[in-house]
Write a protein that binds this ligand. Sequence first.
Ligand SMILES: Cc1cc2nc3c(=O)[nH]c(=O)nc-3n(C[C@H](O)[C@H](O)[C@H](O)COP(=O)(O)OP(=O)(O)OC[C@H]3O[C@@H](n4cnc5c(N)ncnc54)[C@H](O)[C@@H]3O)c2cc1C
Length: 405
Amino acid sequence: MQKLRIGVIGAGAAGYFAAIHASSKHTEVTMLEKTSKTLAKVKISGGGRCNVTHHAPELSKLIKSYPRGGNFLKKVFRYFAIAETIDWFESRGVALKIEQDGRMFPVSDSSQSIINALVAEANKCNVNLLLNVAVHSIAKESNQFEVQTSKGKLSFDRLIICTGGNPKLSGFDFLEGLGHSIVEPIPSLFTFNTPHSPLKSLMGISVPDALVKLEGTKLSYHGPVLITHWGISGPAVLKLSAFGAEWLADVHYKANAHIRWGVDWTESELIMHLQAFKSKHPKKKIFSNPLVGLPQRLWMYLCQESEIMEMQLWENTSKKQFNKLVQNLFCYIVPIEGKTTFKEEFVTAGGVDLGQVHPESMESKSTKGLFFAGEVLNIDGITGGFNFQAAWSTGYLAGKNSQTL
Ligand SMILES: Cc1cc2nc3c(=O)[nH]c(=O)nc-3n(C[C@H](O)[C@H](O)[C@H](O)COP(=O)(O)OP(=O)(O)OC[C@H]3O[C@@H](n4cnc5c(N)ncnc54)[C@H](O)[C@@H]3O)c2cc1C
């Protein structure tokens, strides 16, 4: 019997996983990669350590880590999720470890361990790899996919598209012939530029848990906040940038962020706390005694912003100064004027519209035999291993389903 010819376009995380799982005794799998290198992003991921997945035992919490695609992935994760990922790598000799914040890495702390496991498995499965072959266009003629590449035409019975994200809509032109609509790509995971905020003078300071809110939206996230020489960064800001990606793109990255420097207080609790300190220590200098767990420099800065003098004692605070201090601690306003892409883990939001793909199989709803996996889909996660998890899970499902007769 003639083998089913399956083409996988793109040799990244999703492509490898799809190709491996598409392989069987009745299939012949060929992976096409436009560059001379495979798994390039895996190599540099997680600062060279590859944050391969995230320890998130509850599905309901896991899907909340995807600003786009969470509901779609809920169905995908029923077939292959975190436990299966851990098992897959560990059963191929790559032990994984969990860091305090839930991120998972190979024990070796080297992305090469992940690459070695994927390459060895693909070789074992006899996946053919064609490097320096860029796909220019695809057409379906009768029951075959005719793929125009930089090295000529190739034909396949089934096709899995794993070409990753692209910051430009034109990067999806090669899919035009397949009739799938593309959600316009926009950046996700970036830090906020605040060129006109005096806060920048505090660069290097980090606050372990602050709440950052986008004025004019219901979006707010808490976590560590880092003050940099160009603005504000840290997990709370990155999360906000991912969930607010569309809104921020619409307002051309000009908006106000509100920062609550300590998340454990309501406004009235904060007032009571400051008043209690004032009554107990009226002779203490305000500047010298940072409250609500803030670093000294940030506390002094917020006092200055509240027009409090350096030598001023608590007993001498005016009502106006006190109220201003409360306001600066509870809702410090930072004008955002632009963004800087987070170099560690950049992803694009946008891609193939999920409404046109079956989440149980990753097959196109309009073109039989056509499958998608990875970041080419309109799926993106926050930092922490969620993007690779989406690539493994969708790659697995696309591969398995592409080989059914
Ligand atoms: C610096 C960096 C660090 C990251 N670190 C992490 C991390 O630690 N954890 C995490 O979860 N996520 C991380 N990410 C995100 C993660 O790397 C991606 O989400 C993931 O690689 C997506 O996998 P993919 O296979 O869908 O796409 P890609 O890895 O982008 O692979 C797509 C492949 O398709 C090829 N291709 C594209 N178009 C064509 C064409 N027309 N013809 C032939 N081939 C084509 C490309 O050359 C590429 O090799 C990081 C991203 C970056 C940029």
